[in-house]
Design a protein around this ligand. Structure first.
Ligand SMILES: [Mn+2]
Length: 715
């Protein structure tokens, strides 16, 4: 998320100021007193759990609970209800034995808990501290040296502190990963996964360490997967290391929250996670040498798996129920060969479950996004705020409020963000006015309704970087992106109604768009609200329409039933089918495409005023009128949508159709295998329902998938 130029210089500058002002001793002492407001290093997982317990935020289940499915489903139910963290004191392994190490889940599954874990009282406190370090105000420090104190403390805490031994090495465990309470959360998962791993690697040239969070699939007692995607630092280190030499790797589990947050924070390339953990907790991170590998590991981790990988040696990894609510597809990834497993005396194994949002990773992501927003604003000066709705799984949609002092500035802002760190994965980005709150989804619908002219406000960027989890695109890691400009026109925009600048032409623009956002807007309504009820009634009469709902005057969403659409429970992988079955898929995808065109054209025909500028089409596995349906719609309309395949316009580009029906895999039509949705099976749900301590928690209605009678597959 950060640009990296000169960052080292800035940090060095902070050190220089520190030395100049010579605060060395006072810093070390003050750390031991009562923590200042908002300054906490949890130091260990145990302390964090103790805190949660004292706040009534930790549910304890002492009966045996299966690490396969049951524990994860309980955590899912809790996070869906804004419930507490949970500790399973008797996790039951697949072989029926009980693990001595407890399993903890949903540690960060609410906004309040993420704030406490980070030891902050403000949503953007960490980012503010980061910006202060990147841009120290020298003038101020010369005049008022004491103002530099907090900055110096942050800088002092950066270098990790080497310890001779670590608490994480106190207990030596047998070399058998299957004895750890590592959960398996979804029925189609390829195995048990460490879901909050801190994967430590080393740059073989510089010795610099990286700590990233890449899920780790247990392949056997001494083998575990390393799912570092091509864009990640771990993969970078492996590429640098050389293909056939043993590369030391450690997977740490647990440790204090500041450690876990550092692994998932969007740091500049030259600020290491160990340094950042120190900044977060305002206390140097203790590290120690691994027992069997040349690596420095966090001394206070709960569990450490040491080993090596040979970068050229890979295994088929996955599938894994992932954060979009789909199973991510299988792929080839490196394998870690275990050489030691150690633990703290009081070790617990923290884990999470990812799947249909909202989930714990959504809260983690939101917390990180908000905390880092000052850094983002510091580097993208036009941004006033950004929001990535949790409901879309983050990478599908961002809403950015931007300055618009000159024409098209908001579009420039959106383009800039698409080049910033993880934002490169975004599928769509909506630019809104500077003073509009991007978290207000009602206001978002309003401005899409009032301010977007399909002919001139949608910009498609062809062939861009995509997330490996993006299933809707025809290509792996590549997709088209969409920028939607929903801002009020700036003064002197060629689309405005004032005199164009000298020598410039005016750009043809409908009046409702010219005046959108201004006082005159109400004089130019489009469409006419009085026509809408009759129009909607006619839409509902169409054969292909299962249900319909107006979201705004110009926005209609319809659901439809597609013959042969992939089952939500199994997905569809054509490589597992025979020739005849594949030929059937080809013809069904053709029918689907024709069906959408026919549906679209019939609706546009009914709309003779050209007022329905937005037509969204999706599958009828969603009840459009259920409570919370809009959240589900946000998910459905972004996850199942591919810009290249799904976005079409009418002849004069005054209306658009957004096809978010599930594509049917077909070689002929260029649609890829389609993943299943993460859903618990009946047996698991019954087990969960049998826990008396969970009786006040309920599964949300809008996350129900209605199976269509015509759907493909075995249910
Ligand atoms: Mn990194």
């Amino acid at each position: 998320m950060l640009k990296n130029n000169h960052k080292i210089l800035h940090y060095n500058l902070v050190f220089a100021i520190f030395l100049l002002l010579n605060f060395k001793t006072s810093n070390a002492r003050s750390e031991r007193g009562t923590p200042r407001r908002g300054v906490v290093a949890w130091v260990t997982m145990k302390r964090w759990l103790g805190h949660l317990n004292s706040q009534g935020e930790l549910l304890r289940i002492d009966r045996p609970v299966d690490v396969e499915y049951e524990a994860g489903a309980i955590a899912d139910l809790l996070v869906k209800n804004n419930g507490p963290a949970v500790i399973f004191s008797q996790p039951r392994l697949a072989d029926g034995t009980i693990s001595e190490i407890p399993l903890v889940m949903n540690l960060f599954g609410s906004k309040q808990r993420t704030m406490q874990a980070l030891g902050v009282s403000q949503e953007d406190e960490i980012g503010q501290r980061m910006v202060a370090m990147m841009k120290p105000d020298i003038g101020l420090f010369v005049k008022r040296p004491w103002k530099a104190l907090p900055l110096a403390k942050d800088a002092m805490a950066m270098p990790p502190k080497k310890k001779r031994t670590g608490a994480c090495q106190r207990v030596k465990l047998p070399l058998d990963l299957t004895k750890l309470p590592i959960p398996k959360t979804w029925p189609m998962d390829g195995g048990n996964f460490v879901t909050l791993p801190l994967v430590i690697t080393k740059n073989s040239n510089t010795g610099e360490h990286n700590m990233g969070m890449y899920r780790a699939q247990v392949f056997g007692p001494k083998q575990i997967g390393l799912h570092w995607q091509i864009h990640k630092h771990g993969a970078d280190h492996a590429a640098m290391h050389g293909k056939d030499a043993k590369m030391p790797v450690a997977i740490c589990i647990g440790g204090p929250p500041e450690l876990i947050f550092s692994a998932i924070s969007p740091l500049p390339d030259n600020l290491s996670e160990y340094q950042f953990a120190g900044i977060l907790g305002r206390k140097s991170l203790p590290i120690t040498k691994a027992l069997t590998q040349e690596l420095m590991i966090p001394a206070n981790a709960d569990i450490v798996i040491e080993g090596y990988c040979i970068p050229s040696e890979t295994r088929r990894e996955g599938p894994f129920g992932d954060h979009f609510g789909f199973y991510s597809l299988t792929g080839q990834y490196p394998v870690l060969h275990v050489t030691a497993i150690t633990a703290r005396k009081d070790a617990v194994l923290p884990a999470t479950i990812v799947g249909l949002p909202p989930m714990e990773d959504g809260y983690l992501g939101e917390a990180i996004g908000r905390q880092f927003s000052p850094v983002l604003k510091f580097q993208h000066r036009d941004v006033s705020s950004v929001h990535l709705p949790m409901e879309t799984g983050f990478h599908n949609l961002a809403i950015v409020a931007s300055k618009q002092r000159y024409p098209r500035q908001a579009r420039k802002t959106a383009l800039g963000l698409l080049g910033a760190g993880q934002m490169m994965f975004l599928k769509s980005i909506v630019a809104i006015d500077e003073n509009q709150d991007p978290r207000d989804l009602e206001a978002l619908l309003d401005c899409l309704n009032d301010k977007v002219d399909p002919a001139t406000d949608l910009i498609v960027l062809k062939g861009q970087v995509a997330d490996a989890l993006e299933a809707a695109s025809k290509y792996e890691n590549v997709h088209d992106k969409l920028i939607i400009d929903a801002t009020t026109l700036a003064k002197a925009d060629p689309r405005g109604d004032d005199e164009p600048l000298e020598g410039s032409y005016s750009q043809h623009t409908p009046q409702w768009r010219q005046y959108a956002g201004s006082e005159k807007a109400s004089q130019y309504p489009a469409p006419k609200p009085e026509d809408i009820p009759a129009f909607l009634a006619n839409v509902l009469k169409l054969d292909l329409v299962s249900d319909a709902r107006m979201l705004r005057d110009s926005m209609l969403v319809v659901s439809t039933s597609v013959e042969g659409r992939p089952s939500v429970k199994t997905g569809c992988d054509p490589s597992l089918l025979n020739e005849k079955e594949n030929a059937l898929l080809d013809s069904q995808e053709l029918v689907r495409r024709e069906q959408i065109i026919q549906l679209r054209n019939s609706i546009w025909q009914l709309d003779n005023n050209y007022g329905i500028r937005w037509l969204f089409v999706t599958d009828d596995d969603l009840d459009l009128h259920a409570e919370g349906a809009r959240k589900r719609l946000l998910w459905q309309l972004t996850c199942r949508f591919d810009v290249e395949r799904g976005l079409t316009f009418d002849a004069n580009k005054s209306r658009l159709c957004w096809d978010a029906t599930t594509p049917i895999p077909s070689k002929v039509h260029g649609t890829r295998r389609w993943p299943a949705i993460t859903l618990h099976d009946e047996e698991t749900l019954q087990k969960v329902a049998s826990h008396p301590e969970l009786e006040n928690y309920h599964w949300p209605q809008h996350l129900t998938f209605h199976e269509s009678v015509k759907s493909n597959g075995g249910e």
